[in-house]
Write a protein that binds this ligand. Sequence first.
Ligand code: DHB
Ligand code: FE
Length: 316
Amino acid sequence: MAKIIAGVGSSHVPAIGAALDNGKTEEPYWKRVFSGFEKSKQWMAETKPDVAIVVYNDHASAFSVDLIPTFALGCAAEFPPADEGWGPRPVPVVKGHPALAAHIAQSVILDEFDLTIVNKMEVDHGLTVPMNLLFGQPKDEWPCPVIPLAVNVVMYPPPTGHRCFMLGKAIRKAVESYPEDLKVVIFGTGGLSHQISGPRAGLINSKWDKNFLDNLSKDPKKLTRIPHIDYMREAGAEGIEMVMWLIMRGALEDKVDEVYRFYTVPASNTAVGHIILENRRKAAAGKAKRAVAGKTRHKQAAARKSTQRKVSKGTR
Ligand code: DHB
Ligand code: FE
């Protein structure tokens, strides 16, 4: 059985990609940002997922404003980096996992989440920057296949936080009904607070961001009740990207272990937030054991009852 073992939240600022691609990671401004991901890269190298599901948003790269799907699942065999105006980023082509993606599409759509199935798509900084932050800068290929899930957060109305959270739960159910043993990590990306245009450009709200991260860890249901207007007011127009983190969180167990967190301000116009949440392996193993023990007890009780029935029939 496939299993989601952990969730990763990460911002996706395009200038982080430019700093990586242009060899600026050692400059003090950027070192402050990248140093926060050193432990995460180590965690990822040790965790070695078989597949990553990356929840991200496209910035009018694959989908122009002519067509904006609310939730679009990448079912293709590969996803080339998009040209965002400076040529495609020099990162490996992202390889997909068409079999698991098709299974997720079937399970989730039959669960009444109307995903758009995408069989050809380029991916922009929304996906490739978090990949770099967690997997480093591989030259030829990324260490695991990736299933992109693009979410509309660029044109009103985006999906609600609650809908995102519930989609996460449906994704978890889908993954757990896939027969092959696969370790899956799910990413929620974008945010945290930022606004890149208008009179409030440059807005950052660290208090809001930190509260969001605290609740993401301990009380995610509270976050599902936040209306769009609060994200916009408190975290800036682009702060709405944070709803994508709720898909990742919905795909995890209710109680998780926060194994790492990082927060720094700013990178370009954005507050960079990052978190790693693990499903509780011990609790899960204990639960499975209790379930097996429960079944055995149930079987034994049923056997006792059937013997008793036979005995009482015999004595009648
Ligand atoms: C910036 C952040 C984003 O999320 C984005 O998509 C584009 C730019 C920024 O901070 O510059
Ligand atoms: Fe963005």
